[in-house]
Design a protein around this ligand. Structure first.
Ligand code: AMP
Length: 404
């Protein structure tokens, strides 16, 4: 089988108008090249970076995902700036898929049956799965002989306990319509929890870890013995924490009440709660935490409320998961806010003294680096671990392709 011993893997993340890519050499896990195609189907923009830096960052016609894929391959194999001599050097392609729903419990080799499963799940992931399929199909055209693997954001959460997985509504909605909690950011929670156990020098099977993925979208997971016990996102990534533009968990009757009062269609209300709520709505400034922190420091009251809401939701989920797990061995902060927001980590941890959390403020004074920030006498070890979903996708892809 082609690719069996080839350790170069292309990881792709297809959005509705974008395509992020990374070419990874699995021999040493180095990133040979990476970049982003944006505004596909619109005016088109693409960048391409190698270890030497940005090679190009330019407007370019990207009428569809197929053209974008071809340009990625052209850049990677370019005589002057390419990092491989031909596309045959790519052993496999790993695709990130947001919704694996009730069908997929693990990463899979792409077959017609797997594609059909992803298609069936478009009802559950209407924003993401159709575009992921576009990506898969475009790659099959460009690299017809290269195996492809799909890695789902939800599979890590498939081990959730029944009491966490289901909503307390009549069973018919779960049984007939698959309404249940699927979670998201699973690849990130899996990566940082495994890495945390590795840094602790312990078997994940014996550890309870709370992983905090705090970015534009945020979720927290309770990881017990290396498996997800509970996570904050639900049927969709709208549930849970207050996020950049998402409201997080709210009383569900807010939807029917707004509908009754305003006549706004349910789809528009969902859109409002997904794209125009969260930190953006409360601060009335931005959904970006950096802008809010700056405005708060300048005395903006709404920015202060937005920031406090974010802190409250992080503290609430950590507290809840500590109670659910019974004891906590470690906590991890990751993603844009988790990796970079020193003050947020300090304020959250300062409140967790009741569960024996102490952090070292000097060590916490770091951004975007893998650092243990545990303080003296802490009963819980605390880490900052930059997430690496691409590497996790590449590892799964390699394992599946090597087993062929
Ligand atoms: P992500 O979705 O993981 O890319 O994270 C995006 C979020 O991370 C945004 O809210 C940013 O404001 C936040 N972020 C990125 N860098 C910093 C920083 N240096 N300090 C605070 N927040 C940051």
């Amino acid at each position: 089988m082609k690719g069996k011993n080839n350790m170069i893997i292309l990881v792709v993340n297809t959005g509705s108008s974008s395509l992020k890519y990374q070419l990874i050499n699995m021999d040493d896990e180095s990133v040979l090249a990476k970049g982003l195609c944006e505004r596909i189907g619109e005016d088109g923009h693409m960048n391409y970076k190698t270890e030497a830096g940005t090679v190009f960052d330019k407007d370019i016609a990207l009428p569809d995902h197929g053209v974008a894929m071809q340009l990625v391959i052209d850049a990677l194999t370019d005589k002057e700036h390419g990092v491989i001599s031909s596309m045959d050097e790519i052993g496999a392609v790993g695709h990130r898929i947001v919704q694996g729903g009730y069908i997929f419990d693990k990463s899979e080799l792409i077959t017609d049956e797997v594609e059909a499963g992803i298609e069936e799940l478009c009802t559950l992931g209407p924003l993401h799965n159709p575009t992921a399929l576009l990506g898969i199909r475009a790659f099959k055209k460009v690299l017809p002989n290269t195996p492809g693997v799909v890695v789902f954001d939800t599979t890590f959460h498939r081990t959730m306990a029944d009491e966490c997985k289901y909503y307390a509504i009549p069973w018919v909605y779960a049984e007939k319509y698959h309404v249940q909690r699927y979670g998201a950011h699973g690849t990130s929670h899996r990566y940082v929890s495994e890495r945390c156990a590795e840094l602790m020098g312990q078997d994940p099977a014996g550890l309870n870890i709370i992983t905090c993925h705090l970015g534009n979208g945020s979720s927290i997971s309770a990881v017990k013995g290396g498996k997800c016990y509970d996570t904050s996102m639900g049927l969709t990534p709208l549930e849970g924490l207050v996020m950049g533009t998402r409201c997080g968990s709210i009383d569900p009757t807010v939807v029917s009440f707004i509908y009754e009062q305003t006549g706004m269609p349910v789809k528009e209300i969902t859109d409002m709660m997904t794209k125009k709520s969260g930190l953006l709505a409360v601060s009335e400034i931005s959904g970006d935490c950096r802008d809010i922190t700056k405005a708060e420091a300048e005395g903006n009251k709404k920015a202060h409320i937005a920031r406090e809401m974010l802190l409250r939701s992080v503290k609430r989920f950590i507290g809840a998961y500590a109670a659910e797990l019974g004891h906590v061995d470690a906590m991890v902060f990751t993603a844009g806010i988790g990796e970079n927001d020193i003050e947020l980590r300090e304020k959250v941890c300062d409140n967790l003294g009741f569960m024996g959390v102490v952090i070292d403020k000097e060590k916490n004074n770091c951004r975007g680096k893998e650092v243990e920030i545990t303080g003296e006498g802490s009963k819980v070890r605390v880490f900052v671990i930059p997430t690496n979903e691409e590497l996790m996708i590449a590892k799964d892809t390699q394992a599946i392709v090597e087993a062929l």
